[in-house]
Structures are given as structure tokens and as C-alpha cells.
Design a protein around this ligand. Structure first.
Ligand code: SF4
Length: 499
């Protein structure tokens, strides 16, 4: 089948700036009891830049009842690189957020942390994840007279807290959490405490860290990933548990578990692609996990070849694991240019076609005359894969075999990851042989679902009670899709492993 005649293939390529990957939407970071709280938050957000590149914000508590805020569109270094900006964020407690828009247009009013003045004082909240009943809740809240200032799902937390009949701010927040559905890892700040909360299934990550203070109480950190603790020199303490609310104040840390205990469903894609390789998520090192996934992929689908070549950067650890398992040399056959600004990708078809070449170039010296195994982490629309395969062939590869360290991505994510609609996902309407033809490879194989679970230390997928969220590979949505009834009706039970 020709790409241009396939109704699900978009020859114009993805939207400007999109590199044909799923995108994590947000990173959160909070600090309690540190003299340079906002500076630490800025550093933490910098380490979490991979979780959101469109906007960032920091709210800092300068004194009882006094909060200062700075938000901007762009990268963390551009927004908080100015000493005057940081000087305007004094105080010993602060929270911050990186945003990659998934709900609400990219506009300053949607940049988090959101802040509101309540009768109990100021309250700021940053959210990683996506609520699946936010539209329904919003309609009900608007009918009750709530005036929304943004179009982001996160604002429902603010209004649910505002109308709660509880008097204590923590009880009000928990009251709000009990009404929302979806995935959330929250970092919130009010006059008396820094608060962290994770949804009952623990879909998105959230970790706790601390730093000693000579002769005094420690500084506490909440962050999306451990790589953000490392950058500020904090020690990892533990993961915030699924369904846990932690309250950090001048008396230390206390924990509440307001929801009934349910088996967790952490996002399996965090291991494959989203989390930074130097992070440890849910007790497992991401870099090591990716190598193990690559090794399992080799055991499942190895083919005779001369070199194993990663699609950089995200395919590198899996390719290393693959090469080591099958004993084929690992070579950097594709070089990535890290200095391509997003603004360079102009929204014209002609320039979009150039996009892949701007970002990747083939290293002819390692490809010419070789049988190449290309390893990547996922195929979303397939546009980038096809162009990279073309590039590798143009550089003289004798054969190109593609191996993917995730199962076919057949479904959209509604839990905090920016994904195309299902009809745009190449694997949703093509089997593996059709995808191989569309991408132009001699062979194509994906890791099986059970193989992925095995690589992550499980015996395989427990179909009766899956250990992770894997809905984008299976259609098995563990959290109701209340705002998307049509998608919910089409959601499928698990597809065949290894499809
Ligand atoms: S649907 Fe996929 S990307 Fe979304 S939370 Fe589940 S595993 Fe992660």
C-alpha cells in the first residue's frame, strides 16, 4: 500500500514541532523549607524539561499570606534565566510546573501552577496527568455559578475546593480528589503546607526527596522524577504511593490514604519513552529497563544483520540491550542534531518534509553495504519512521529491519499524554506486514506485550489484573472515559499480545 493512498497516513506529517512521538504533558516540582525554594524549583523544572516544553510557572510563598507568581511560554531557561525574575520569587516554599498542552490551548492563562485566593488563603496547584471527567464537572460547576479563568482540566480542582463544605484545606482538597476521575500527580502549596497527591491507580509518577539543613528541619522536595532530585542534590526518600496524599509542613510529613486501596496501574510507557533514562521510577531504573526491553526484543525477533543502529535519542538504550543480547555490533548510524529550534519547523508541507533531515542525518560510514537493524521505541503515525528508513537506504544500507521496543500503539491515551486521535495511529488500522510495507522496511517487529512485562520483571501480563496501564497498546482503559463516551464505547478488551 502506498502511503499517500492510505487514508490513515498523513503525508503532510504531524503538526508543526511534533516529532511523531507521544508527548508527556507535564512535570511538577515543589519545595518546602529551603532558603532558595524558587531557585530549586527552577532547577527541578529544568531537569523535567522533557516532560513539557511549552510553558512553565512557579508560585512562591514569600511570607504568611503573600504569594508571588511568574509564568511564561517557552523553555525553563528562557523563563527563569533572568535574575530579576528569580528575585521576585522569594520565600522558603514554592511549587512549579512544566506544561506540554493536552487540555486547553497553549496560552498564558493555562500555564500552571494555577493560583487562587480562598477564604483560607492562597492556594497553588500544578498537575501532571489528565482528568477524564473534567468536562462533565466543569459543566456542572459553571451551572452553579463558577467562573472559569482557563480552559485546562486542572481548574476544576480550584472550583471543587472553593465550593467544598469542609473547613480544613486538606479536607477540601480530598473532597475535590474524590470527585475527579483520571490520572493526576499533584503538587499544591498553601500558606501552611506543601501537598503531594497521586490518583488511586498511580498512573503518573511522583517522588519525595529531602535535603538536610544544618541544625534544623530538613528541606522537602516533591518531583515528577528522581532526575529532578539529583539536580538539586536532594536524596530520594520514596515514591508517593498511588492514592496517597502527603502533607509537608513545619511539623514534618504526614500521609493520608483517603481512597480505598486498589491495585495500581502505573503507565508502562514511562519505562519505554517518557521518563528520563537517569530516573528511577517505581523502584526501577529507567535506563536499565530500556536495555532489558531491548534484550527481550532481540530474543523475540532477531534477524541476521551486520549492525544494530538506534533511532536517537530515545531508541539508544533499547538498541544497546538488543545489540548486546544478539552479539551484533552497535553503531551510531543516525546522528541527531540537538540544535534544531522548534521555530525552524515551519508549518508548510515543503519544510515539514525537511523536518526529519534537520533533526537526523545518516552516517554513511556505518551503514553502506550493511544489513541494518534499526531500533526505535515506538511508531505513532509512522511519518518519521518512513523518512528515517528512506535516509538509511539512501546511505547505502543493503537491508533495513526495524525493531520497536513497544507493542503496536493502537489506542490514544487519555491519562496525561498528548497523542493523536486513534485514526491517526498507524497501528490502529494496519497489521505489522502492512506497516512494514508503509514504512518501507525489509522486516518489522514489535516487542510483544508479554515480552514487555517480562522485561520489567513480571512473569508476563496478568490479564485478570494487569500490573501496569497499557491502554495505548490494548484498549484496556482502567479509568472511565467519562468525557469521551464515543471512545469509551469503542474501547476494547486487551488485543492479542504481540499483535
Ligand atoms: S494509555 Fe499508554 S501512555 Fe497513557 S497512561 Fe496508559 S500506558 Fe501510559
Amino acid at each position: 500500500m502506498d502511503l499517500t493512498t492510505n487514508p490513515y497516513f498523513h503525508p503532510a506529517g504531524p503538526a508543526a514541532g511534533d516529532d511523531d512521538k507521544f508527548h508527556d504533558e507535564c512535570g511538577v516540582f515543589g519545595v518546602w523549607n529551603h532558603a532558595d525554594a524558587a531557585a530549586l524549583v527552577a532547577l527541578g523544572l529544568h531537569a523535567l524539561q522533557h516532560r513539557g516544553q511549552e510553558a512553565s510557572g512557579i508560585v512562591a510563598r514569600a511570607a504568611p499570606g503573600v504569594f508571588n507568581t511568574h509564568r511564561g511560554l517557552g523553555l525553563v531557561g528562557d523563563i527563569f534565566g533572568d535574575a530579576k525574575v528569580m528575585a521576585g520569587l522569594p520565600g522558603r516554599a514554592a511549587c512549579g510546573h512544566n506544561r506540554y498542552a493536552t487540555t486547553g490551548e497553549t496560552a498564558l492563562r493555562n500555564v500552571q501552577p494555577l493560583y487562587a485566593d480562598f477564604e483560607f488563603g492562597g492556594f497553588a496547584v500544578g498537575h501532571n496527568g489528565n482528568l477524564t471527567n473534567a468536562k462533565v464537572l466543569r459543566q456542572a460547576l459553571v451551572k452553579r455559578g463558577c467562573l472559569f479563568q482557563s480552559s485546562t482540566d486542572t481548574e476544576v480542582f480550584i472550583h471543587l475546593i472553593a465550593i467544598s463544605l469542609y473547613t480544613n484545606v486538606i479536607d477540601r482538597l480530598i473532597d475535590a480528589l474524590k470527585q475527579v476521575q483520571g490520572a493526576y500527580s499533584l503538587v499544591a502549596l498553601h500558606d501552611g503546607a506543601l501537598i503531594g497527591a497521586r490518583d488511586p491507580l498511580g498512573v503518573r509518577p511522583l517522588v519525595l526527596g529531602s535535603m538536610p539543613n544544618a541544625g534544623g528541619a530538613p528541606s522537602w522536595i516533591l518531583a515528577s522524577e528522581t532526575c529532578a532530585l539529583d539536580i538539586v542534590g536532594a536524596e530520594f526518600v520514596r515514591d508517593i504511593e498511588p492514592g496517597e496524599v502527603v502533607i509537608i509542613d513545619d511539623n514534618g510529613l504526614r500521609s493520608q490514604k483517603p481512597f480505598g486501596r486498589v491495585p495500581s496501574r502505573f503507565c508502562i510507557f514511562e519505562y519505554i519513552y517518557f521518563a528520563r533514562p537517569d530516573s528511577v521510577v517505581e523502584g526501577t531504573g529507567v535506563y536499565a529497563s530500556r536495555k532489558l526491553i531491548g534484550a527481550e526484543l532481540a530474543r523475540e525477533s532477531h534477524v541476521d544483520a551486520d549492525v544494530v543502529v538506534p533511532v536517537p535519542d530515545s531508541g539508544v538504550p533499547a538498541a544497546m540491550g538488543y545489540a548486546s543480547e544478539c552479539g551484533v555490533p552497535f553503531e551510531l548510524g543516525i546522528i541527531r542534531n540537538h540544535y534544531v529550534g522548534r521555530t525552524f519547523i515551519e508549518p508548510t508541507d515543503q519544510i515539514r518534509h525537511l523536518g526529519v533531515k534537520l533533526k537526523h542525518s545518516a552516517n554513511r560510514a556505518t551503514l553502506e553495504g550493511k544489513r541494518v537493524i534499526l531500533v526505535d521505541d515506538s511508531i505513532v503515525r509512522g511519518t518519521t519512521s518512513r523518512k528515517i528508513v528512506e535516509m538509511v537506504r539512501h546511505a547505502g544500507a543493503a537491508e533495513v529491519h526495524m525493531r520497536i521496543s513497544s507493542p503496536p500503539t493502537t489506542h490514544s491515551c487519555f491519562y496525561g499524554i498528548d497523542t493523536p486521535s486513534r485514526r491517526q495511529l498507524l497501528a490502529s488500522h494496519n497489521d505489522v506486514a502492512e506497516m512494514a510495507a508503509l514504512i518501507g522496511v525489509d522486516s518489522l517487529a514489535f516487542i510483544s506485550l508479554d515480552g514487555l512485562y517480562r522485561a520489567l520483571g513480571q512473569g508476563g501480563r496478568n490479564n485478570a489484573q494487569p500490573q501496569f496501564c497499557d491502554a495505548c497498546f490494548t484498549g484496556d482503559y482502567a479509568i472511565p472515559l467519562t468525557d469521551w463516551p464515543a471512545e469509551a464505547a469503542r474501547a476494547e478488551p486487551a488485543l492479542l499480545p504481540g499483535r
